[in-house]
Design a binder for this molecule. Structure first.
Ligand code: IPM
Ligand code: MN
Length: 370
């Protein structure tokens, strides 16, 4: 008998989503057997095809339905025959808001054997996480258009944050530092003096306090307020433009980065490229007190649909993140180690078509090394 049973909602979605989710589930099921827990799943067909067939993006009770599960596993949203924005806003963003998944956690980690475009950088140098605020800021849709179509057209889309939203996201980020490091095993980027002061890791606030003075003024004040509760965390600040610079030139300077929604969206695509591309970048939309949703961040890659050439590792890593959040840390770490073994010893490339294996063979390799 399994110790625990988790109910997972599966949203394979569009394009290559179903193929990568299948490999993710293959690995999760193997981990369940090995680590003695059970997974019960239910599939939902929400995505572009359902929208084209029914004219309906998402059932009205989708949020309530997903509340019945322990977690959600998402493939990809985006269909070539549907105008950009409809599915992204109608499914992905809607679920993030309805389930109050206020953090988007995106590890930027270079696995062994994976090629990075950053010359001379190794897995030791590229290993940090971005905590992206996930339900506020420009993404709230606050604003509007007037006098549309005339020379006087005015468009406003505001960056809106309140103290509550900022504070809960910052607390989550401070806690990530203690999740990653301990007193016995502190972050390697700390100096002797930091360690003597009792620091175990670092949190960088990424903002734009020199221009967006109101919004990032709020973030900055709240950051130092909350920091008082986490004396073991070294605080650091970077403007978003400089953050991009250092993510390329000195990624080893980062441990945990926390930022607002739009900056987080942008810098995590940059981060994904530095870790070997979208084929390997995973993320979690997290509600620490509710239902979280895990996804490969790469999108639906429609041109590769059904060919069995897409890289499933991002989905497999997203599955590992899901297990970690469900409390199966050991299983999550084992999957992560297997992914590292497969990138380091088997695969030729992270890019679709160039892996040296098919999508399902990569899943099999990860299972075999578990
Ligand atoms: C992401 C995506 C989404 C976002 C889009 C598809 C709405 O780019 O998850 O990063 O902007 O958050
Ligand atoms: Mn994005």
């Amino acid at each position: 008998m399994a110790d625990k049973k988790y109910k997972i909602a599966i949203l394979p979605g569009d394009g290559t989503g179903p193929e990568v989710v299948a490999e993710g589930m293959k690995v999760l099921n193997a981990a369940a057997e090995k680590f003695n827990f059970a997974i019960e799943t239910e599939d939902f067909d929400w995505g572009g095809d359902r929208y084209l067939a029914t004219g309906n993006v998402l059932p009205d009770d989708a949020g309530e339905t997903l509340q019945q599960f322990d977690a959600v596993f998402l493939g990809a949203i985006g269909h070539p025959d549907v105008k950009p924005g409809i599915l992204e806003k109608g499914i992905l963003l809607k679920l993030r808001f309805e389930l109050d998944q206020y953090v988007n956690l995106r590890p930027v980690k270079l696995y062994p054997g994976v090629e990075t475009p950053l010359a001379g950088k190794t897995p030791e140098d590229i290993d940090y996480v971005v905590v992206r605020e996930n339900t506020g800021g420009i993404y709230t849709g606050t604003g509007g258009v007037s006098m549309q179509g005339t020379d006087n057209e005015v468009a406003v889309q505001s960056m809106v944050y309140n103290h509550f939203q900022v504070e809960r996201c910052l607390r989550f980020a401070f806690e990530q530092v203690s999740k990653r490091h301990t007193k016995e095993n502190p972050w390697r980027g700390l100096s002797e003096a930091d360690i003597a002061e009792g620091k175990i890791g670092q949190l960088t606030l990424c903002g734009k306090t020199n221009v967006l003075t109101y919004v990032f003024g709020l973030w900055e004040r709240t950051f130092y307020e909350v920091a008082a509760d986490y004396p073991e965390v070294k605080t650091d600040y970077c403007h978003v433009d400089a953050t991009c610079m250092w993510m390329v030139k000195n990624p080893e300077w980062f441990d945990v980065i926390v930022t607002g929604n739009i900056f987080g969206d942008i810098i995590t695509d940059l981060g994904a490229m530095t870790q070997g591309g979208m084929g390997i970048a995973a993320g979690g939309n997290i509600n620490p007190n509710g239902v979280s949703m895990f996804e490969p961040i790469g999108g639906s890659a429609p041109k590769y649909t059904g060919l069995g050439v897409i890289n499933p590792l991002a989905a497999i890593s997203a599955g590992a993140m899901m297990l970690d959040f469900l409390g199966e840390a050991e299983a999550a770490a084992a999957i992560d180690a297997s992914v590292a073994y497969v990138t380091g010893n088997k695969m030729e490339s992270m890019a679709a078509r160039k892996m040296g294996y098919s999508t399902s063979e990569v899943g099999d390799l990860v299972v075999a090394s578990l």
